[in-house]
Design a protein around this ligand. Structure first.
Ligand code: FES
Ligand code: FE2
Length: 446
């Protein structure tokens, strides 16, 4: 480097101006937000830094990696990661990139390995991420190279909650239990119906949508409103009738949210949405309901298989009872890679599991009827913002402001009525919290 040359700063400069603007972009007290949140590249880059590089993100299900050396590859934001079961049963995760020149280390989606060898210059890594050796190792040894300093970069924290594996790239993040908070009470409805646990069946379906990643997440957090309209013809084709009794969901029904995680449901239609009309699955849900009531109480037993949907902030969603389980992986401001699985009770009869799997395929997979409906909506909600003037217009999500109630049993923030936008507001409020907070200490509890 010559005297006047400055060192190269590879970090893109912080977009301070846009950060200052964020309060104007998201105003949840009035239920309005800017379309720029779904379009601007600067904002997207900040999402990767302020959200995806910090929060707990879903990495996989323990049933995918039962034995030592079992692994799955996924991503945290746009960081590719490798999740591996260790010899002692622990789970570790690493950036899926070689510390030599950066090549991808593991190309399979899932498998079992004794180690990982990079295709480029042959560096090899143990399942614990340590650098074990390399092609031309003699040359490295002769130069005094210290292998212990060149292992795979480890994901800062990995933990699981009742079968779901999460990781965070931020060593300062609070424990997973704290991140989920009272939302774990609701998650038990999905994950702990009978104490036998859950599993993923049938592998992962990966698809691409040209939409902003938040559209899927906010839709599952609380948008039952679209179902009776968007999915009406699909439901008619599938069931010979409209989405079952959706119009009656305004009775004993709620939006609940905790720190941006959202679940909308009703309590009077158990088994209503189970794989949209599969009588055997519905019969199964009615059969297990009394046992769920014994374990989790009557209220949560009524939530299984009701018309409902949920999102764990920021990008993991599922339909309780229908058991589509998915992650909206961001790939730029206007594209996602959608990962979809089918989650079932381990104890369910094999035939029921297979019916759930088929139910996922015909509803929420790339060939699924409802996925096509939603995909078109999400894609056009995103791409209309390419218009310079369009982008300046606000969006409205103010339905149900003032419907918050105190509930004797339900934890978190509870809102009356399933046709509501309370959870979407809570989701974007949390988005704003993270985008503004420089540290976890600055994040309010919500
Ligand atoms: S990039 Fe992996 S060994 Fe060179
Ligand atoms: Fe939908």
């Amino acid at each position: 480097m010559c005297k006047n040359e400055k060192p190269i700063n590879f970090k893109p400069p912080r977009q301070k101006a846009a950060l200052d603007d964020l309060d104007q972009y998201v105003n949840m007290a009035e239920g309005r937000m800017s379309r720029k949140v779904f379009w601007e590249r600067d904002i997207y880059e900040q999402e990767l830094e302020k959200i995806f590089a910090r929060v707990w993100l879903f990495l996989g299900h323990v049933s995918q990696i039962p034995k030592a050396g079992d692994y799955v590859t996924t991503s945290m934001g746009e960081d590719d990661v490798l999740v591996v079961r260790q010899k002692d049963g622990a789970i570790k995760a690493f950036l899926n990139t070689c510390p030599h020149r950066g090549n991808r280390v593991c190309f399979s989606e899932v498998g079992n390995a004794r180690g990982f060898i990079c295709n480029y210059h042959g560096w090899s890594f143990g399942i614990d991420g340590a650098l074990r050796g390399m092609h031309e190792s003699g040359a490295y040894e002769a130069s005094g190279f210290d292998k212990s300093q060149h292992g795979l970069h480890e994901v800062a924290q990995v933990d699981s909650y009742k079968g779901l594996i999460f990781g965070t790239l931020d060593p300062a993040a609070p424990p997973l239990k704290e991140y989920l908070g009272d939302f774990a009470w609701y998650l038990d409805t999905l994950l702990d119906m009978d104490g036998e646990g859950t599993e993923f069946i049938g592998g992962c379906v990966r698809s691409v949508m040209k939409c902003n990643w938040k559209f899927g997440a906010e839709n599952f957090a609380g948008d039952v409103m679209h179902a009776g309209w968007t999915h009406d013809s699909g439901a008619k084709a599938m069931l010979g009738g409209a989405v079952p009794e959706l119009d009656k969901c305004a009775g004993d029904s709620y939006h609940v949210n905790v720190n941006g995680h959202g679940w909308e449901f009703n309590l009077d239609k158990v088994g209503n949405s189970a794989t949209f009309g599969d009588k055997e699955v519905r019969r199964y849900i009615h059969e297990i309901q009394p046992k769920v009531a014994e374990r989790l109480g009557h209220t949560r037993s009524m939530m299984i298989g009701s018309i409902s949907s949920a999102t764990v902030f920021p990008n993991m969603s599922f339909l309780p009872g229908q058991n589509t389980f998915r992650v909206w992986q961001p790939r730029g401001p206007d594209e996602i890679e959608l990962h979809t699985w089918t989650l079932v009770n381990k104890s369910a009869p094999e035939e029921i599991k297979e019916r759930y799997r088929r139910g996922t395929m015909i509803t929420f997979s790339p060939s699924g009827v409802f996925e096509m409906d939603d995909g078109e909506n999400f894609e056009y909600s995103t791409r209309s913002n390419r218009g310079r003037v369009t982008r300046e217009q606000d969006l409205f999500l103010g339905l149900g402001i003032g419907t918050r109630i105190e509930h004797p049993e339900l934890p978190g923030n509870v809102f009356q009525g399933q046709i509501n936008e309370a959870n979407q507001r809570a989701y974007y409020q949390r988005w704003l919290d993270f985008m503004k907070a420089e540290s976890w200490d600055e994040l309010p509890q919500r």
